[in-house]
Design a protein around this ligand. Structure first.
Ligand code: FCB
Length: 426
């Protein structure tokens, strides 16, 4: 292929998640933590729960033909086993609005937050979650499946397991390797069960669209801390080619393998219809002791790397070629790839424009070389609640004034719109 433009029918848009934009998500474990006063509370967030029509109008004006959104489990199932029909109706209305605007919805079922009743039972550490989550996924297809084709079961499973169960920085604040691994495996099992039930539900229900079910996987690109260190290079290679692929490889092979700890048969194989990639930054890997322990080495802060790119306000290195590298790496499964998140926190809109341009240059290069990329979703449509970082980071194509809830489209968003319109990078 020699064409210099993105394919026709390319999915273009932006991503959000329920807790980060909706406001007043009173019944989940994040809201509970926010009440402790240890972090900035999400409060009304972008009040997207009520302002979704205005927000989707903006997305339409910007030429988006796709939008990734979350449905908030804790609203839909406030108590175990009890669905709230009003909340299902709400999401039907939300999704109908997208459809009316000819914007394809991509729906995430779980984006970090858990209903309080489930968190109270041990959340991802309790095996019950496999059934609870897969029942939720089935119900979602029954309720919304005539409208929705693309589904993401779990957002960034390993990231959540790492931050919440190993680093102890997010609820439930565990600092335990065993918990992290257990949770990772439960997320995989929950995904696999959900995948199965979603497909079954679509076969039995009338008028349900054949679902395409994936996960959104956080991916970094890994480079050796020192090009001259063999052990650094080996560790970076192992991270990029084995560790970072473990969840996807397990979901496809039907065997859960998180080297060297878990090796377990799963009930089903090939539990992915597409791969969602969330790409933000490069990591530098070092390994002082090549013989002992941890073949994957350690992540260095990167602060002393003189050739590193600019950093965003949350400290992530901007490294556009990394998008090309991860797409190439995940193309090996020959499944469709959707970039389900890519973006930056900055107050410098020129930097956002450059970021978009350069990442899309690399994405187009991967596509021209045959990578099966179906879409690109920028993170995020709106400035929003950035988890424990609160409202300071600005990730939006659209600026939000949280006091007045006024939306202002940034120039970078218009630039992105011009690429969408022409299919070419100007
Ligand atoms: C990703 C999360 C998303 C958002 C971006 C900045 O890891 O999936 O919710 O916070 O980072």
């Amino acid at each position: 292929m020699t064409m210099n433009r993105f394919p026709d029918n390319f999915l273009w848009g932006a991503s959000t998640s329920s807790h980060q934009v909706e406001g007043d998500n009173l019944y989940n474990n994040w809201w509970e933590w926010e009440k402790s006063g240890q972090i900035e509370p999400s409060g009304k967030a972008c009040d997207h729960y009520h302002r979704f029509k205005e927000d989707f109008r903006i997305a339409k004006e910007l030429g988006h033909n796709t939008h990734r959104l979350g449905i908030e489990w804790s609203r839909l199932e406030k108590d175990e086993g009890v669905w709230d029909p009003k909340e299902w109706d709400h999401y039907k209305e939300v999704i109908d609005e997208l459809i009316r605007l000819k914007i394809e919805p991509i729906v995430t079922l779980n984006h970090f937050t858990l209903p309080l009743w489930l968190a109270g039972k041990g959340g991802w550490e309790n095996d019950d979650i496999i059934r609870s989550f897969s029942e939720f996924a089935k119900k979602a297809v029954q309720e919304l499946g005539s409208r929705v084709r693309y589904w993401i079961t779990i957002n960034e499973p390993l990231m959540l397991a790492f931050i919440a169960y190993f680093q102890g920085k997010w609820p439930p604040f565990k600092r335990d390797l065993d918990s992290m691994l257990y949770v990772t495996n439960n997320m995989l099992k929950a995904h696999v069960e959900a995948y199965q039930k979603m497909h079954e539900a679509s076969n039995t229900g009338s008028g349900i669209r054949a679902p395409e079910v994936g996960i959104a996987k956080a991916v970094a690109t890994f480079h050796p801390c020192s090009k001259y260190s063999i052990s650094d290079r080996i560790s970076a290679f192992l991270r990029a080619n084995f560790k970072d692929h473990s969840f996807i490889r397990s979901a496809l092979s039907g065997r859960s393998r998180f080297f060297p700890y878990i090796n377990e048969k799963l009930p089903f194989k090939r539990s992915l219809d597409f791969i969602g990639l969330n790409y933000y930054y490069r990591e530098f890997v070092h390994h002082k002791n090549p013989v002992l322990k941890n073949p994957f080495g350690w992540i260095c802060s990167g602060a002393h790397h003189r050739d590193a790119g600019k950093r965003t306000t949350v400290g992530w290195e901007i490294y556009p070629a990394g998008l090309y590298e991860v797409v190439r790496s995940f193309s090996r499964y020959r499944l469709p790839i959707i970039i389900t998140e890519n973006g930056l926190s900055t107050r410098d809109d020129t930097l956002r424009r450059e970021f978009i341009k350069e990442h899309l240059v690399y994405l187009l290069r991967a596509i021209k070389e045959g990578a099966p990329v179906r879409g690109y979703l920028h993170w995020s449509l709106l400035d929003n609640f950035e988890w424990s970082e609160g409202y300071d980071p600005r990730f939006g194509l659209v600026h939000v004034d949280y006091k007045s809830q006024k939306r202002t489209i940034r120039e970078s968003a218009r630039y992105y719109a011009s690429i969408i319109r022409s299919g070419q990078i100007q």
